[in-house]
Each structure stands twice: as structure tokens, then as C-alpha cells.
Design a protein around this ligand. Structure first.
Ligand code: HXC
Length: 256
């Protein structure tokens, strides 16, 4: 049983709650291992249609665990490839929504950005304050934040270490939605249920195609999209979705 996260499945939605409240959900080795070991098998489970990753009212996660990391040597972090296992979480193919309230700092902001979309409570505070610790982002912040908000604002965040509130995060493209604090989980779960109600293969293909936009030229991305779109005509869900529309009924997707 995981110790630093709580995992609950309701229908097709898996809710993952970071659970180190005394350390503001600081991301230590244990929490990373538990997330990867618990969620990667669920990623391949056809009954799981969406993940929601969240923290608590005070913090989504206040960063990588500074106390655990502080005394490590270069050889420790290089030979163990510190933080590399987070790539396994980022690479999961089932959609994942970060529901962020309170602090999402350093590795916490980077973990939220590994998700496919960020829903921010009004209380959310995003930041990459590593510069204040004598380091810099190391879990994707310099790359993902720049792709999401552009060079100028990423430089502002990373070089000054300042925080960004939910409204600024939404305006800048970091967050998909700003939600009242007490509605964050209900609205996020509703969106996750909607995603999980669709055929998993088409959702995975659409997700992968959007993801490709961040990594390819427009020409390559458009070709990838066209080919993936065309391949969907091999699925039963495409036949069902279009037939249901024509017959004025709700589609029953089978994930085939
Ligand atoms: C370990 C942490 C922590 C962290 C908070 N805590 N953040 N422990 N690693 N990242 C612990 C505190 O030490 C404290 O423990 C408890 O959580 C509550 O925190 P407080 O500071 O007392 O709370 P508050 O005064 O409300 O301030 C909240 C805060 C502050 C502004 C978020 O905690 C803070 O600045 N935290 C660090 C944020 C940060 O620098 N993140 C980036 C980390 S580096 P005790 O035992 O005293 O109660 C990073 C690197 C990524 O993420 C990869 C590149 C290296």
C-alpha cells in the first residue's frame, strides 16, 4: 500500500492525492516511486479513462524535497539520474488533470505541467523558485514552462523566482481553467468523468497528437494528425460515434 499518496478509483476516474501534508507535499524519492509504481500499471488498464492528481488546500506540492536533496553530491545525482523516473509519469498515455490549490512550486509546478491540463483553484500559486536555492528547475520547468507561457514570462518566473497566481496562470496558458476554491474538485472530477466516458483509444490518440504539437514542426505535426485521424476509421468507436449522431442517440463507446 502506498504511504505518501492516496489512490481511489470511481468509475473510470482515478483520483491521486499527494499525502505529505506536514511537508506541504514535498516530492521525495518515496512519493515519486509510489506514483510511478502505482499509476503506470493503471495507465494500461482499459477501465481507467482519466487521472486526477491533486494535493490539499494549502499545497499541491511545494517542490522537490529540499531536505532530502540538500546534501547529495554531484555523483549521487548524476549516477542515480535524479528525477529521471518522473519521465515515466509524464509519458503515461491516459489523460491526467492536475487540480491545483495552494502552492505548486519548483518540482510541484513541474509535476503539474507533466499533466495534460492544469485546473487552478483561485488560491493556486505557481512558481519556479529554485534560483533562490542556488539551483534551477530540474524536472522539466525550463522546457515545459517556456513552451506553455513563452520565453519572456518563463524567464521572469525562473530568474526572479516569483510566484504567479491562478488568474495570471490561466491568462498565460499555464492553467486551463480558474475555479472557485470550494468547487475545484467537483469541477475537475466532472471534466475527468467526461473524458473517461469517451472511447479510451480515441482519447489516447487525441492526447498524443496534441502532445506531438509541442515536439514537432507544423508540417510534421499536421501529417501526424492526419494519419492518426485516418487510423481512427479502423475503430468501432468511430462507427458508433457517427452512427449515434445520425440516429440522434447517445453513443455507447466500447474502447475498441
Ligand atoms: C522539503 C518542505 C518544502 C520542500 C516546505 N517544506 N517546502 N520540505 N522540501 N520543498 C516543509 C517546511 O520545511 C516545513 O517543515 C513545512 O513544510 C511547512 O512549510 P513552511 O515553510 O513552514 O510553511 P509556510 O511558512 O506556509 O511557507 C510555505 C512556502 C515555503 C512558501 C511554500 O515552505 C517554501 O518556500 N518552501 C520551499 C519552496 C521551494 O523552494 N520549492 C522548490 C524546491 S526545489 P517543518 O518541519 O519546518 O514544519 C525543487 C527542485 C526541482 O523543486 C528540481 C531542480 C533541483
Amino acid at each position: 500500500m502506498p504511504n505518501s499518496i492516496k489512490v481511489t478509483q470511481t468509475g473510470g476516474v482515478v483520483l491521486v492525492e499527494l499525502n505529505r501534508p506536514k511537508a506541504l507535499n514535498a516530492l521525495n524519492q518515496e512519493i515519486m516511486e509510489e506514483i510511478v509504481e502505482t499509476l503506470v500499471p493503471l495507465d494500461r488498464d482499459p477501465s481507467v479513462g482519466c487521472f486526477v492528481l491533486t494535493g490539499n488546500e494549502k499545497a499541491f506540492a511545494a517542490g522537490a524535497d529540499i531536505k532530502e536533496m540538500g546534501s547529495k553530491t554531484y555523483m549521487d545525482v548524476f549516477t542515480n539520474d535524479l528525477f529521471a523516473d518522473w519521465d515515466k509519469f509524464a509519458a503515461m498515455r491516459t489523460p491526467k488533470i492536475a487540480a491545483v490549490a495552494g502552492y505548486a512550486l519548483g518540482g510541484g509546478c513541474e509535476l503539474a505541467m507533466m499533466c495534460d491540463m492544469i485546473f487552478a483553484a483561485e488560491s493556486a500559486q505557481f512558481g519556479q523558485p529554485e534560483i533562490k536555492l542556488g539551483v534551477m528547475p530540474g524536472m522539466g520547468g525550463s522546457q515545459r514552462l517556456t513552451k506553455l507561457v513563452g520565453k519572456s514570462k518563463a524567464m521572469d518566473m525562473i530568474l526572479t523566482g516569483r510566484m504567479m497566481d491562478a488568474v495570471e496562470a490561466e491568462r498565460s496558458g499555464l492553467a486551463a481553467r480558474v475555479i472557485a476554491n470550494d468547487e475545484l474538485m467537483a469541477e475537475t472530477m466532472k471534466a475527468a468523468e467526461t473524458i473517461a466516458s469517451f472511447g479510451k483509444p480515441s482519447v489516447m490518440m487525441a492526447r498524443e497528437t496534441v502532445e506531438r504539437a509541442l515536439e514537432s514542426s507544423l508540417r510534421e505535426g499536421l501529417m501526424f494528425e492526419r494519419r492518426v485521424f485516418q487510423s481512427m476509421f479502423a475503430t468501432e468507436d468511430q462507427k458508433e460515434g457517427m452512427a449515434a449522431f445520425a440516429e440522434k442517440r447517445k453513443a455507447e463507446f466500447k474502447g475498441k
